[in-house]
Design a protein around this ligand. Structure first.
Ligand SMILES: NC(=O)c1ccc[n+]([C@@H]2O[C@H](COP(=O)([O-])OP(=O)(O)OC[C@H]3O[C@@H](n4cnc5c(N)ncnc54)[C@H](O)[C@@H]3O)[C@@H](O)[C@H]2O)c1
Ligand SMILES: [Zn+2]
Length: 377
């Protein structure tokens, strides 16, 4: 109730919201998705379906998904933008908003984000903005988006000033992980996305890490049964962290393991390296810092971590042309702080992260970081 005060009015807007959602995991899910959406339409105000996808996933998968929906009598259209991180920007968002607006996609719309993390992040932001927000469903089609970006409700795009600088927390209505879509993903993206999977093992779950060690060959062979198991474990691990800390106040930071140095390396490579490829190097750096700081993450743990990353066929050594100074400067939040301390998320063993002063990151001196980087060359 609105309260009158001496110098004005208080608007009381305390409210409970329930943003729970299902993640449905399997293979060849498209016909089932269409049937689910018929039920959703009957029990909600949703009457229009907009698939947002990119120029690569469009012909491979969106055409098929659209026909499944149309076969079920649903009103569905596909809106596509050019594939690539370069296009994860406000121009694309504006164009999509205009296209949806012109096609009269109003409050009765459900957006289906079909693609990798670029599509998920962009379409999620469009869903948060159009008509002050409509529901959206994530249908991730890369190893990275199935392991990471489709769960958690972070949406957003890049600005010229930097990556992911504009966005919104917007939880999906549902997520469908169809491992069959991974069949068409190129080998490089397939392997790079699996770095986030290894990250999940290190930050939360020893048994899962063991499983990855034992089943890496089947994972690389795209064995469906194994991929379904992976998607389930990844969703469970990321979901547990997000549930405890939906707005990234503390615990959720552990998901950034390897991302401090990793992001710097990714930018310094001029995005020649894929996200996962740079994060693999960042995980090597952070693991080495943990080992040097005696967090309990010993040489054996570091060895196991790095061997598993290398089994993905990834380079975990930092390229010589990226200098220590550049990495130190990029990781410092402002240039003046470059000689000061930067916070790193550090493991205390395989399956456990260090808690330091109630937070899950630790300030590390630049000279220790340099020592670790040198050991990772
Ligand atoms: N929201 C989050 O929490 C979160 C977390 C991690 C990463 N991200 C974001 O995710 C993005 C990276 O995601 P990504 O690695 O999936 O990249 P991406 O979406 O660019 O996909 C990689 C490439 O694969 C193509 N592709 C996608 N699915 C395919 C398929 N099934 N078959 C053939 N080609 C396919 C795409 O068109 C693209 O060319 C980054 O922008 C990153 O910031 C977001
Ligand atoms: Zn990442």
């Amino acid at each position: 109730m609105t309260t009158q005060t001496e110098d004005g009015v208080i608007i009381n807007l305390e409210r409970k919201i329930n943003e729970s959602y299902d993640i449905i995991i399997g293979s060849e899910l498209f016909p089932g998705i269409a049937q689910d959406l018929v039920l959703l339409k009957d029990e909600s105000k949703i009457s229009k379906f907009a698939i947002i996808t990119d120029s690569k996933v469009g012909p491979l998968h969106a055409v098929r998904l659209e026909s499944c929906l149309i076969e079920q009598g649903l009103d569905c259209r596909t809106f596509s933008f050019k594939a690539g991180e370069k296009n994860k920007n406000m121009d694309t968002v504006t164009r999509l908003l205009n296209q949806l607006g012109e096609a009269k996609y109003n409050r009765d719309t459900l957006i289906l984000a079909l693609g990798g993390g670029v599509v998920g992040d962009t379409a999620g932001l469009v869903a948060a903005l159009i008509n002050r927000g409509v529901p959206y469903v994530q249908i991730p089609t890369t190893t990275l988006s199935q392991a990471d970006s489709a769960v958690g409700g972070k949406t957003g795009v890049d600005l010229p000033a930097g990556k992911n600088l504009v966005g919104a927390f917007k939880q999906p209505l549902r997520v469908y992980m169809d491992v069959a879509t991974l069949d068409t993903l190129d080998d490089r993206n397939y392997r790079a996305g699996l770095v986030e999977v290894i990250k999940h093992g290190i930050i939360q779950d020893t048994n899962f890490f063991d499983y990855l060690e034992q089943n890496m060959d089947r994972i690389l062979a795209k064995d469906k049964e194994v991929l379904i198991y992976l998607a389930k474990q990844n969703s469970r691990i990321k979901g547990t962290v997000v549930e405890k800390d939906p707005n990234e106040k503390g615990l959720r930071r552990i998901l950034n393991y390897g991302h401090t140095a990793g992001h710097a390396i990714e930018t310094l490579s001029d995005y020649e390296l894929l996200h996962g490829e740079a994060i693999a190097m960042g995980i090597n750096v952070a693991g080495t810092i943990a080992y040097l700081s005696e967090t309990g993450f010993g040489p054996e743990d570091l060895g196991r971590q790095n061997r598993l990353l290398e089994r993905l066929g990834l380079q975990i050594r930092i390229p010589q042309h990226i200098t220590n100074k550049q990495i130190i400067e990029k990781t410092a939040s402002d240039k003046k702080a470059a000689s000061g301390k930067v916070r790193y998320c550090l493991p205390s063993g395989i399956g456990d992260m260090m808690e330091f002063d109630g937070v899950y990151s630790m300030p590390i001196e630049a000279n220790l970081v340099v020592k670790a980087i040198d050991m990772c060359r």
